[in-house]
Design a protein around this ligand. Structure first.
Ligand SMILES: Nc1nc2c(ncn2[C@@H]2O[C@H](COP(=O)(O)OP(=O)(O)OP(=O)(O)O)[C@@H](O)[C@H]2O)c(=O)[nH]1
Ligand SMILES: C[S@@+](CC[C@H](N)C(=O)[O-])C[C@H]1O[C@@H](n2cnc3c(N)ncnc32)[C@H](O)[C@@H]1O
Ligand code: SF4
Ligand code: SF4
Length: 337
Protein backbone atom coordinates (compact mmCIF):
# COMPACT_ATOMS: atom_id res chain seq x y z
CA UNK A 1 0.00 0.00 0.00
CA UNK A 2 1.33 3.47 -0.79
CA UNK A 3 2.75 5.21 2.23
CA UNK A 4 3.33 8.54 0.58
CA UNK A 5 3.13 11.60 2.72
CA UNK A 6 0.44 13.94 1.48
CA UNK A 7 1.65 17.24 0.13
CA UNK A 8 -0.37 20.38 -0.40
CA UNK A 9 2.10 21.47 -3.11
CA UNK A 10 2.31 18.59 -5.57
CA UNK A 11 4.42 18.98 -8.68
CA UNK A 12 1.96 19.43 -11.53
CA UNK A 13 3.09 20.54 -14.96
CA UNK A 14 1.27 22.90 -17.33
CA UNK A 15 -0.46 19.94 -19.00
CA UNK A 16 -1.90 18.82 -15.69
CA UNK A 17 0.40 15.83 -15.31
CA UNK A 18 1.40 15.05 -11.76
CA UNK A 19 5.11 14.34 -11.45
CA UNK A 20 5.67 11.81 -8.71
CA UNK A 21 8.59 9.79 -10.05
CA UNK A 22 12.23 10.88 -10.04
CA UNK A 23 14.93 9.02 -11.91
CA UNK A 24 18.42 9.80 -10.66
CA UNK A 25 21.47 9.10 -12.79
CA UNK A 26 24.20 8.76 -10.16
CA UNK A 27 27.00 8.59 -12.72
CA UNK A 28 27.23 8.73 -16.50
CA UNK A 29 30.16 6.33 -16.41
CA UNK A 30 29.76 2.70 -17.31
CA UNK A 31 31.75 -0.51 -17.53
CA UNK A 32 29.96 -1.46 -20.77
CA UNK A 33 29.82 0.35 -24.09
CA UNK A 34 26.50 -0.75 -25.60
CA UNK A 35 26.62 0.21 -29.26
CA UNK A 36 23.22 1.94 -29.22
CA UNK A 37 24.13 3.93 -26.10
CA UNK A 38 27.72 5.16 -26.28
CA UNK A 39 30.99 4.99 -28.21
CA UNK A 40 34.02 3.01 -27.08
CA UNK A 41 35.92 6.25 -26.48
CA UNK A 42 33.02 8.00 -24.77
CA UNK A 43 33.78 11.31 -23.02
CA UNK A 44 32.27 11.44 -19.54
CA UNK A 45 31.14 14.40 -17.45
CA UNK A 46 33.97 15.96 -15.43
CA UNK A 47 34.16 14.30 -12.01
CA UNK A 48 34.49 17.68 -10.29
CA UNK A 49 30.99 18.61 -11.49
CA UNK A 50 29.33 15.53 -10.06
CA UNK A 51 26.90 16.05 -7.16
CA UNK A 52 27.96 14.76 -3.76
CA UNK A 53 25.69 12.19 -2.18
CA UNK A 54 24.63 14.83 0.31
CA UNK A 55 23.46 17.05 -2.55
CA UNK A 56 21.65 14.15 -4.20
CA UNK A 57 19.86 13.46 -0.92
CA UNK A 58 18.91 17.11 -0.49
CA UNK A 59 17.47 17.24 -3.99
CA UNK A 60 15.65 13.93 -3.47
CA UNK A 61 14.20 15.29 -0.22
CA UNK A 62 12.93 18.39 -2.01
CA UNK A 63 11.13 16.12 -4.46
CA UNK A 64 9.73 13.90 -1.73
CA UNK A 65 8.43 16.97 0.08
CA UNK A 66 6.54 17.83 -3.13
CA UNK A 67 4.94 14.40 -3.43
CA UNK A 68 7.50 12.25 -5.21
CA UNK A 69 6.80 8.69 -4.13
CA UNK A 70 9.10 6.70 -6.36
CA UNK A 71 12.82 7.06 -7.02
CA UNK A 72 14.87 4.99 -9.44
CA UNK A 73 18.66 5.02 -9.39
CA UNK A 74 20.23 4.63 -12.80
CA UNK A 75 23.17 5.84 -14.82
CA UNK A 76 25.53 5.11 -16.72
CA UNK A 77 25.95 2.12 -14.54
CA UNK A 78 24.79 3.09 -11.05
CA UNK A 79 26.71 0.30 -9.34
CA UNK A 80 30.08 1.53 -10.63
CA UNK A 81 29.84 4.79 -8.68
CA UNK A 82 32.18 4.60 -5.71
CA UNK A 83 30.42 3.97 -2.39
CA UNK A 84 27.05 3.83 -4.14
CA UNK A 85 25.68 1.58 -1.41
CA UNK A 86 26.03 4.48 1.06
CA UNK A 87 23.53 6.43 -1.03
CA UNK A 88 21.25 3.42 -1.40
CA UNK A 89 21.28 2.95 2.35
CA UNK A 90 20.44 6.59 3.09
CA UNK A 91 17.74 6.77 0.45
CA UNK A 92 16.36 3.45 1.63
CA UNK A 93 15.62 5.07 5.00
CA UNK A 94 13.06 7.27 3.25
CA UNK A 95 10.96 4.27 2.23
CA UNK A 96 7.76 4.46 4.25
CA UNK A 97 8.60 8.09 5.06
CA UNK A 98 7.35 9.80 1.93
CA UNK A 99 8.85 7.32 -0.47
CA UNK A 100 6.91 4.24 -1.56
CA UNK A 101 9.65 2.67 -3.56
CA UNK A 102 13.37 2.85 -4.31
CA UNK A 103 14.38 0.92 -7.43
CA UNK A 104 17.41 0.48 -9.62
CA UNK A 105 18.12 -0.04 -13.30
CA UNK A 106 21.44 -1.79 -13.86
CA UNK A 107 23.42 -3.69 -16.47
CA UNK A 108 23.93 -6.37 -13.82
CA UNK A 109 27.72 -6.53 -14.01
CA UNK A 110 28.23 -5.63 -10.35
CA UNK A 111 25.10 -7.19 -8.93
CA UNK A 112 26.80 -10.22 -7.42
CA UNK A 113 28.49 -8.08 -4.81
CA UNK A 114 25.66 -5.62 -4.23
CA UNK A 115 22.45 -7.65 -4.42
CA UNK A 116 22.22 -8.40 -0.74
CA UNK A 117 23.02 -4.82 0.26
CA UNK A 118 20.28 -3.55 -2.03
CA UNK A 119 17.72 -5.80 -0.39
CA UNK A 120 18.87 -4.91 3.12
CA UNK A 121 18.49 -1.22 2.23
CA UNK A 122 14.87 -1.74 1.24
CA UNK A 123 15.08 -2.16 -2.52
CA UNK A 124 12.59 -4.85 -3.53
CA UNK A 125 12.70 -4.88 -7.32
CA UNK A 126 15.30 -4.05 -9.92
CA UNK A 127 15.46 -3.87 -13.70
CA UNK A 128 18.40 -5.58 -15.37
CA UNK A 129 19.17 -4.66 -18.97
CA UNK A 130 20.01 -7.72 -21.02
CA UNK A 131 19.56 -7.91 -24.78
CA UNK A 132 20.77 -11.45 -25.49
CA UNK A 133 21.71 -14.76 -23.89
CA UNK A 134 24.33 -15.47 -26.51
CA UNK A 135 27.87 -14.77 -25.35
CA UNK A 136 29.23 -13.58 -28.69
CA UNK A 137 26.22 -11.43 -29.37
CA UNK A 138 26.43 -9.98 -25.87
CA UNK A 139 30.08 -9.09 -26.46
CA UNK A 140 29.18 -7.48 -29.78
CA UNK A 141 26.33 -5.40 -28.33
CA UNK A 142 28.03 -4.30 -25.10
CA UNK A 143 31.61 -4.40 -26.47
CA UNK A 144 32.46 -6.40 -23.32
CA UNK A 145 32.65 -10.17 -22.85
CA UNK A 146 30.77 -10.08 -19.54
CA UNK A 147 27.62 -12.16 -20.03
CA UNK A 148 28.66 -14.61 -17.31
CA UNK A 149 28.98 -11.76 -14.77
CA UNK A 150 25.52 -10.48 -15.61
CA UNK A 151 23.96 -13.93 -15.30
CA UNK A 152 25.72 -14.46 -11.97
CA UNK A 153 24.43 -11.06 -10.88
CA UNK A 154 20.87 -12.01 -11.75
CA UNK A 155 21.27 -15.24 -9.76
CA UNK A 156 22.55 -13.25 -6.78
CA UNK A 157 19.70 -10.75 -7.03
CA UNK A 158 17.06 -13.45 -7.01
CA UNK A 159 18.82 -15.28 -4.19
CA UNK A 160 18.79 -12.04 -2.19
CA UNK A 161 15.01 -11.78 -2.64
CA UNK A 162 14.91 -9.03 -5.24
CA UNK A 163 12.23 -9.21 -7.92
CA UNK A 164 14.02 -8.90 -11.26
CA UNK A 165 12.62 -7.55 -14.51
CA UNK A 166 14.70 -7.95 -17.64
CA UNK A 167 14.74 -5.00 -20.06
CA UNK A 168 15.65 -5.91 -23.62
CA UNK A 169 16.11 -3.39 -26.42
CA UNK A 170 14.54 -5.27 -29.33
CA UNK A 171 16.52 -4.80 -32.53
CA UNK A 172 15.70 -6.15 -35.95
CA UNK A 173 18.50 -8.30 -37.32
CA UNK A 174 20.36 -8.14 -34.00
CA UNK A 175 18.33 -9.99 -31.38
CA UNK A 176 14.78 -10.29 -32.72
CA UNK A 177 15.28 -14.05 -33.19
CA UNK A 178 15.84 -14.35 -29.42
CA UNK A 179 12.69 -12.69 -28.15
CA UNK A 180 10.75 -15.90 -27.58
CA UNK A 181 13.81 -17.60 -26.09
CA UNK A 182 14.36 -14.66 -23.72
CA UNK A 183 10.70 -14.80 -22.74
CA UNK A 184 10.88 -18.54 -21.97
CA UNK A 185 14.10 -18.05 -20.00
CA UNK A 186 12.92 -15.03 -18.01
CA UNK A 187 9.46 -16.37 -17.29
CA UNK A 188 10.90 -19.78 -16.43
CA UNK A 189 12.90 -18.05 -13.70
CA UNK A 190 10.00 -15.99 -12.41
CA UNK A 191 11.21 -12.73 -13.99
CA UNK A 192 9.28 -10.31 -16.16
CA UNK A 193 10.58 -9.38 -19.60
CA UNK A 194 10.06 -5.92 -21.06
CA UNK A 195 10.89 -5.11 -24.66
CA UNK A 196 12.00 -1.58 -25.54
CA UNK A 197 12.05 0.18 -28.90
CA UNK A 198 15.40 1.71 -29.77
CA UNK A 199 15.30 5.49 -29.53
CA UNK A 200 17.29 8.03 -31.58
CA UNK A 201 19.44 9.46 -28.80
CA UNK A 202 23.13 9.98 -28.30
CA UNK A 203 25.63 8.19 -30.45
CA UNK A 204 25.88 9.28 -34.06
CA UNK A 205 26.80 6.87 -36.82
CA UNK A 206 24.53 4.10 -35.58
CA UNK A 207 21.97 2.81 -38.05
CA UNK A 208 18.85 2.99 -35.92
CA UNK A 209 16.57 2.71 -38.94
CA UNK A 210 17.64 -0.78 -40.01
CA UNK A 211 17.47 -2.15 -36.49
CA UNK A 212 14.19 -0.44 -35.54
CA UNK A 213 11.61 -3.05 -34.59
CA UNK A 214 8.11 -1.61 -34.14
CA UNK A 215 6.81 -3.39 -31.08
CA UNK A 216 3.21 -2.86 -32.08
CA UNK A 217 3.82 -5.23 -34.98
CA UNK A 218 5.69 -7.66 -32.79
CA UNK A 219 2.85 -7.60 -30.26
CA UNK A 220 0.41 -8.44 -33.05
CA UNK A 221 2.47 -11.34 -34.39
CA UNK A 222 3.27 -12.80 -30.96
CA UNK A 223 -0.35 -12.62 -29.92
CA UNK A 224 -1.18 -15.09 -32.72
CA UNK A 225 1.07 -17.70 -31.12
CA UNK A 226 0.63 -16.87 -27.44
CA UNK A 227 -2.40 -16.11 -25.32
CA UNK A 228 -1.97 -12.55 -24.09
CA UNK A 229 -4.18 -11.06 -21.39
CA UNK A 230 -3.70 -7.31 -21.00
CA UNK A 231 -2.81 -6.35 -17.43
CA UNK A 232 -3.69 -3.19 -15.61
CA UNK A 233 -0.67 -0.91 -15.34
CA UNK A 234 1.39 -2.18 -12.47
CA UNK A 235 4.30 0.21 -12.11
CA UNK A 236 3.15 3.61 -13.28
CA UNK A 237 5.77 3.42 -16.04
CA UNK A 238 5.30 3.61 -19.81
CA UNK A 239 5.28 -0.14 -20.33
CA UNK A 240 2.07 -1.88 -21.30
CA UNK A 241 1.99 -5.36 -19.87
CA UNK A 242 0.38 -8.63 -20.87
CA UNK A 243 0.25 -11.91 -19.02
CA UNK A 244 1.35 -14.79 -21.23
CA UNK A 245 -0.69 -17.91 -20.52
CA UNK A 246 1.80 -20.37 -22.05
CA UNK A 247 4.78 -19.18 -20.01
CA UNK A 248 2.95 -17.88 -16.97
CA UNK A 249 4.94 -14.64 -17.00
CA UNK A 250 4.61 -10.95 -17.75
CA UNK A 251 5.69 -9.36 -21.02
CA UNK A 252 6.03 -5.59 -21.25
CA UNK A 253 6.21 -3.32 -24.29
CA UNK A 254 7.81 0.13 -24.14
CA UNK A 255 6.89 1.81 -27.39
CA UNK A 256 8.00 5.45 -27.49
CA UNK A 257 8.25 5.30 -31.28
CA UNK A 258 5.18 3.32 -32.33
CA UNK A 259 2.81 4.30 -29.53
CA UNK A 260 3.51 7.53 -27.71
CA UNK A 261 2.69 7.47 -24.00
CA UNK A 262 3.66 11.04 -23.12
CA UNK A 263 0.21 12.21 -22.08
CA UNK A 264 0.46 10.13 -18.93
CA UNK A 265 4.07 11.07 -18.17
CA UNK A 266 4.81 11.17 -14.45
CA UNK A 267 8.60 11.56 -14.39
CA UNK A 268 11.64 13.79 -14.56
CA UNK A 269 15.33 12.95 -14.57
CA UNK A 270 18.25 14.22 -12.51
CA UNK A 271 21.73 13.86 -13.97
CA UNK A 272 24.88 13.14 -11.98
CA UNK A 273 25.84 16.80 -12.29
CA UNK A 274 22.51 18.14 -11.08
CA UNK A 275 20.70 19.03 -14.30
CA UNK A 276 17.02 18.19 -14.15
CA UNK A 277 15.92 16.99 -17.60
CA UNK A 278 12.22 17.37 -18.04
CA UNK A 279 11.75 14.92 -20.89
CA UNK A 280 13.82 12.01 -22.15
CA UNK A 281 13.31 13.20 -25.70
CA UNK A 282 13.94 16.94 -25.29
CA UNK A 283 16.69 19.20 -24.01
CA UNK A 284 14.61 21.34 -21.63
CA UNK A 285 16.39 21.39 -18.30
CA UNK A 286 16.80 23.21 -15.02
CA UNK A 287 20.11 23.45 -13.17
CA UNK A 288 19.30 22.21 -9.68
CA UNK A 289 22.93 22.07 -8.64
CA UNK A 290 23.38 25.82 -9.11
CA UNK A 291 20.02 26.52 -7.49
CA UNK A 292 21.03 24.51 -4.44
CA UNK A 293 24.61 25.77 -4.23
CA UNK A 294 23.71 29.42 -4.80
CA UNK A 295 20.36 29.72 -3.10
CA UNK A 296 19.95 26.74 -0.79
CA UNK A 297 16.80 24.71 -0.25
CA UNK A 298 14.41 27.60 -0.92
CA UNK A 299 15.93 28.24 -4.34
CA UNK A 300 15.84 24.52 -5.03
CA UNK A 301 12.14 24.42 -4.26
CA UNK A 302 11.54 27.39 -6.57
CA UNK A 303 13.52 25.64 -9.30
CA UNK A 304 11.09 22.72 -9.12
CA UNK A 305 8.19 25.10 -9.80
CA UNK A 306 10.08 26.51 -12.77
CA UNK A 307 10.68 22.95 -13.99
CA UNK A 308 6.95 22.23 -13.95
CA UNK A 309 6.32 25.38 -15.95
CA UNK A 310 8.64 24.30 -18.78
CA UNK A 311 8.21 20.53 -18.90
CA UNK A 312 7.55 19.71 -22.58
CA UNK A 313 4.46 17.95 -23.79
CA UNK A 314 6.40 15.03 -25.23
CA UNK A 315 9.25 13.86 -27.40
CA UNK A 316 9.72 14.50 -31.12
CA UNK A 317 11.67 11.37 -31.94
CA UNK A 318 11.95 10.85 -35.67
CA UNK A 319 13.53 7.85 -37.33
CA UNK A 320 14.40 8.26 -40.95
CA UNK A 321 17.47 8.17 -43.06
CA UNK A 322 17.34 11.89 -43.81
CA UNK A 323 17.98 12.52 -40.14
CA UNK A 324 21.53 11.23 -39.89
CA UNK A 325 21.99 12.83 -36.47
CA UNK A 326 19.82 11.56 -33.63
CA UNK A 327 16.86 13.65 -32.49
CA UNK A 328 18.55 14.28 -29.15
CA UNK A 329 22.33 14.63 -29.01
CA UNK A 330 22.47 13.79 -25.29
CA UNK A 331 23.45 10.22 -24.51
CA UNK A 332 20.98 7.94 -22.72
CA UNK A 333 23.67 7.35 -20.09
CA UNK A 334 23.40 11.00 -18.98
CA UNK A 335 19.77 10.65 -17.93
CA UNK A 336 19.70 6.91 -17.36
CA UNK A 337 16.98 5.99 -19.82
N1 LIG B 1 10.45 7.72 -24.15
C1 LIG B 1 10.51 7.31 -22.90
N2 LIG B 1 11.09 6.14 -22.62
C2 LIG B 1 11.14 5.75 -21.34
C3 LIG B 1 10.59 6.51 -20.30
N3 LIG B 1 10.79 5.86 -19.12
C4 LIG B 1 11.44 4.73 -19.43
N4 LIG B 1 11.66 4.66 -20.78
C5 LIG B 1 12.36 3.62 -21.50
O1 LIG B 1 12.16 2.41 -20.83
C6 LIG B 1 13.42 1.90 -20.44
C7 LIG B 1 13.24 1.10 -19.19
O2 LIG B 1 12.99 1.95 -18.12
P1 LIG B 1 12.97 1.39 -16.67
O3 LIG B 1 12.64 2.49 -15.74
O4 LIG B 1 14.18 0.61 -16.37
O5 LIG B 1 11.76 0.41 -16.75
P2 LIG B 1 10.28 0.74 -16.54
O6 LIG B 1 9.62 -0.46 -17.07
O7 LIG B 1 9.90 2.07 -17.09
O8 LIG B 1 10.25 0.87 -14.97
P3 LIG B 1 9.12 0.44 -14.00
O9 LIG B 1 7.84 0.79 -14.69
O10 LIG B 1 9.35 1.25 -12.79
O11 LIG B 1 9.35 -1.02 -13.81
C8 LIG B 1 14.28 3.11 -20.29
O12 LIG B 1 15.62 2.80 -20.38
C9 LIG B 1 13.83 3.91 -21.46
O13 LIG B 1 14.46 3.38 -22.61
C10 LIG B 1 9.99 7.74 -20.62
O14 LIG B 1 9.53 8.49 -19.80
N5 LIG B 1 9.99 8.10 -21.94
C1 LIG C 1 21.13 4.06 -20.14
S1 LIG C 1 20.96 2.53 -19.30
C2 LIG C 1 21.37 2.98 -17.64
C3 LIG C 1 21.32 1.86 -16.63
C4 LIG C 1 22.23 0.68 -16.84
N1 LIG C 1 23.51 1.02 -17.31
C5 LIG C 1 21.56 -0.31 -17.74
O1 LIG C 1 22.04 -0.53 -18.85
O2 LIG C 1 20.56 -0.85 -17.31
C6 LIG C 1 19.18 2.34 -19.13
C7 LIG C 1 18.50 1.66 -20.26
O3 LIG C 1 18.56 2.46 -21.41
C8 LIG C 1 18.53 1.62 -22.52
N2 LIG C 1 19.00 2.35 -23.68
C9 LIG C 1 20.20 2.94 -23.86
N3 LIG C 1 20.26 3.56 -25.06
C10 LIG C 1 19.04 3.35 -25.64
C11 LIG C 1 18.46 3.75 -26.88
N4 LIG C 1 19.12 4.48 -27.76
N5 LIG C 1 17.19 3.38 -27.12
C12 LIG C 1 16.48 2.65 -26.22
N6 LIG C 1 16.97 2.25 -25.04
C13 LIG C 1 18.24 2.59 -24.76
C14 LIG C 1 19.42 0.48 -22.10
O4 LIG C 1 19.20 -0.69 -22.83
C15 LIG C 1 19.02 0.29 -20.66
O5 LIG C 1 17.98 -0.65 -20.57
S1 SF4 D 1 22.94 0.96 -21.84
FE1 SF4 D 1 23.60 0.96 -19.72
S2 SF4 D 1 25.16 -0.66 -19.74
FE2 SF4 D 1 24.91 -0.11 -21.83
S3 SF4 D 1 26.47 1.45 -22.19
FE3 SF4 D 1 24.54 2.49 -21.70
S4 SF4 D 1 24.72 2.91 -19.54
FE4 SF4 D 1 26.20 1.29 -20.02
S1 SF4 E 1 9.26 11.11 -23.81
FE1 SF4 E 1 9.19 12.80 -22.34
S2 SF4 E 1 7.04 13.37 -22.01
FE2 SF4 E 1 7.13 11.36 -23.08
S3 SF4 E 1 6.95 9.89 -21.39
FE3 SF4 E 1 9.15 10.16 -21.78
S4 SF4 E 1 9.81 11.81 -20.42
FE4 SF4 E 1 7.58 11.83 -20.48
Amino acid sequence: MPTAAATDRPLIDRFGRRISYLRISVTDRCDFRCVYCMAEDMTFLPKKDVLSFEEVETIASAFIARGTTRIRLTGGEPLVRRDIMDLVETMGRRIGHGLDELTLTTNGSQLSRHAEGLFVSGVRRINVSLDTLDRNRFAAITRRDRLADVLAGIDAAQAAGLAVKINMVAMRGVNDDEIEGMMAWAHGRGMGLTLIEGMPLGEVGIDRVESYLPLRELHASLSKRYTFSPMAKTTGGPARYVHVAETGGTLGFITPMSHNFCESCNRVRLTATGQLFLCLGQDDQVNLRDALRDGGVAALDGALDHAMAIKPKGHDFILDRDHAAPAVARHMSVTGG
